[in-house]
Design a protein around this ligand. Structure first.
Ligand code: NDP
Ligand code: KPL
Length: 296
């Protein structure tokens, strides 16, 4: 049994926390707002009873074996007080976020030498109230195939989450960005669910963002097959019309979105490699200018 603190008990944090409780670990949710009970279920199923420990002040925490950082990419600095309280010399920090810059984001806010484990998260999930989350269909996590990655994945044995080390983490990470960069931006900008992909011109925009993501990902060392773009487009076109994603959910609630980690990153890294990214250059200022605090 491991001692685990989850920082960011949102859609992903609650889902993985529930899985870790099922796997028999001692889990503490570091939350800005107290909640009880914990209700996490697969869509359409009843949430089993789980006992959750929730701590609402960083001072009340001590360093565990593992910290799972599950805040959004732009919320990492804001969560520093929680990291300060929980990251001790033997604590490993798993970063469960979208984007490809997990290490760059977190390294400045943890002590030098902290073991970081970037994680690709494939758990479509939503939180409807504090402590209440639903995950939809898949619950997968990927890490690099390192001793720390293997140890992290081992935590989920016996739970509903499938966590696996992969020999090519860089490629898997960029493949996930190929899902997130077009899907998140298009839903956040239009305020529409996945049916918007069938409206005139939208698939072409998605294909262009995907092509930029693939070109930049390859320059960053990802092995992305030629048929990835059309395979991903086919998945977008086949999505349930009312399906959403976390950028849509944030936009709908008037929250800041992860545009920097999911879209500006393509333009930023593209520039560094001398790769033109005209569509990302166009959509990033539009995403950045979306009004926060006003539900869309
Ligand atoms: N949702 C999804 O379907 C998927 C999400 N992801 C990725 O996983 C990551 C997490 O996403 P998700 O779970 O959806 O995010 P949520 O917005 O649901 O949860 C974020 C959590 O972080 C907490 N938080 C925010 N700021 C702070 C702070 N300053 N101090 C402490 N806690 C803070 C929030 O607290 P509070 O409760 O107070 O608001 C909330 O509990 C993102 O990178 C996302 O892209 C990946 C795959 C699927
Ligand atoms: C697209 C999805 C649901 C895939 O897991 C996701 O990553 C997100 O909504 O942020």
């Amino acid at each position: 049994m491991a001692n685990i603190v989850i920082i960011g008990p949102g859609a992903v944090g609650l889902s993985v926390g529930a899985a870790l409780i099922d796997a028999g670990h001692q889990v503490v949710f570091a939350a800005r707002q107290a909640f009880a009970p914990l209700k996490v279920a697969k869509a359409g199923e009843m949430a089993p009873r789980r006992r959750a420990t929730v701590v609402t002040a960083p001072e009340a925490l001590t360093p565990p074996d593992w910290v799972l950082l599950c805040v959004k990419a732009h919320q990492v600095e804001g969560a520093k007080a929680w990291l300060d309280a929980t990251v001790g010399p033997h604590t490993r920090v798993a970063i469960l976020q979208n984007g490809v810059e997990h290490r760059e984001r977190v390294t400045p806010v943890v002590p030098v030498g902290t073991v970081l484990v970037p994680v690709v998260v494939d758990i479509p999930a939503g939180r409807s109230a504090p402590g209440v989350a639903e995950w939809r269909g898949r619950a997968g996590l990927l890490t690099a195939d390192t001793p720390e990655g293997q140890a992290f994945c081992g935590l989920f044995t016996g739970s509903f989450v499938t966590a696996c080390p992969t020999p090519d983490y860089v490629s898997e990470n960029w493949k996930k960005l190929c899902v997130n960069a077009p899907g998140g931006a298009i839903l956040a900008l239009t305020g529409q669910t996945m049916q918007v992909f069938h409206q005139p011109g939208i698939a072409e925009i998605a294909r262009a963002i995907l092509s930029e993501c693939v070109a930049v990902g390859r320059a960053e060392g990802a092995d992305l097959p030629d048929d990835l773009i059309e395979a991903q487009m086919a998945r977008f076109m086949a999505a349930a019309p009312d399906d959403t994603n976390s950028m849509y959910d944030d936009r709908a609630a008037g929250r800041e979105t992860e545009w920097d980690a999911r879209n500006a990153v393509i333009a930023r890294k593209g520039r560094a490699h001398g790769i033109p990214t005209p569509v990302s250059d166009l959509i990033v200022p539009l995403l950045a200018a979306q009004k926060v605090g006003v539900p869309a």
